[in-house]
Design a protein around this ligand. Structure first.
Ligand code: NAD
Length: 252
């Protein structure tokens, strides 16, 4: 298939099921002609992926909570499939108690876990990912508006997203000389597994929908199309940026 990503290989991290933003990215990136490699967190997620994809898509295990896992997964990818051109990081986690308890009651363990998986992992992914990239490359992560606003119940995840967005800017600066671009997509609220961890998530989704310019929530396919653009050479001038794909929710 000919498209803006013909001849490119893209790693996509974070597909849990067909509702995942990473799955929207996978389809859009495949549609543009790229070869895709998916990484998954554990065996349970792999079972879900086995039902979703055929043999043309490589699956590699990578729980990002340990650096060694990321290093190992990426060297396995390089050995088996060669250098890559892009990475989409669509991973976040905070435990229920931390998310629901409010920022004031956040304990050190809960804080560290959320930062570790949701923000630090992006730094580690960029470090090891850059080592297996072609001459030019592009790394994209997913963030949310709760990084700069106090969105009800988003709590600790907002703090982690603020760190993630700052990391995008510093990593873009660090990797610029190597012609690797780093950006984030700030997606609007979408009903995925991760969102169900947020207290009163139905209210968040409803409120978000009421604030879009056309009264409809953004779709994973729409986020995916922007991810496809960002990992393509069409976006060669875009780095260190946070691109909103939220149907205008951030405007109001
Ligand atoms: P999702 O539940 O489908 O995806 C989250 C993924 O994170 C899962 O695949 C899970 O396996 C993975 N993950 C968690 N801990 C991991 C670990 N230790 N190692 C490896 N993988 C791990 O939910 P989603 O909404 O598609 O989330 C993807 C990204 O998009 C997240 O960063 C999320 O914060 C962000 N985001 C979501 C929304 C939304 O409304 N859904 C909005 C903006 C940004």
């Amino acid at each position: 298939l000919d498209g803006i990503l013909s001849g490119k290989t893209i790693i996509i991290m974070g597909v849990a099921n067909k509702n995942s933003i990473a799955w929207g990215c996978t389809q859009a990136i495949l549609d543009q002609g790229a070869k895709v490699i998916l990484t998954y967190q554990n065996d349970r997620i792999k079972k879900s992926l086995d039902r979703l994809v055929d043999d043309s898509i490589a699956l590699v295990e990578c729980d990002v909570s340990e650096d060694e896992n990321i290093e190992k997964a990426f060297s396995q990818i390089e050995e088996q499939y060669g250098k890559v051109d892009g990475i989409v990081h669509a991973i976040a986690f905070a435990d229920k108690e931390t998310l629901e308890g409010g920022v004031l009651n956040t304990k050190k363990d809960g804080y560290n876990l959320a930062q570790d998986v949701s923000a630090y992992s992006f730094i580690a992914v960029s470090r090891y990912g850059a080592q297996i990239m072609n001459e030019t490359g592009s790394i994209v992560t997913l963030t949310y508006f709760g990084s700069t606003r106090a969105i009800p119940n988003y709590n600790m995840m907002g703090i982690a997203k603020a760190a993630l967005e700052s990391s995008v800017r510093y990593l873009a600066s660090d990797l610029g000389e190597r012609h690797i671009r780093v950006n984030a997509i700030s997606a609007g609220a979408i009903k995925t597994l991760a969102v169900t961890g947020i207290k009163h998530h139905r209210d968040l989704l409803k409120e978000s929908q009421s604030r879009t310019v056309d009264g409809e929530n953004v779709k994973t396919s729409e986020v995916g199309n922007v991810a496809a653009f960002l990992v393509s050479d069409l976006a060669s001038g875009v780095t260190g940026d946070i691109i909103y794909v939220d149907k205008g929710v951030h405007l109001i």
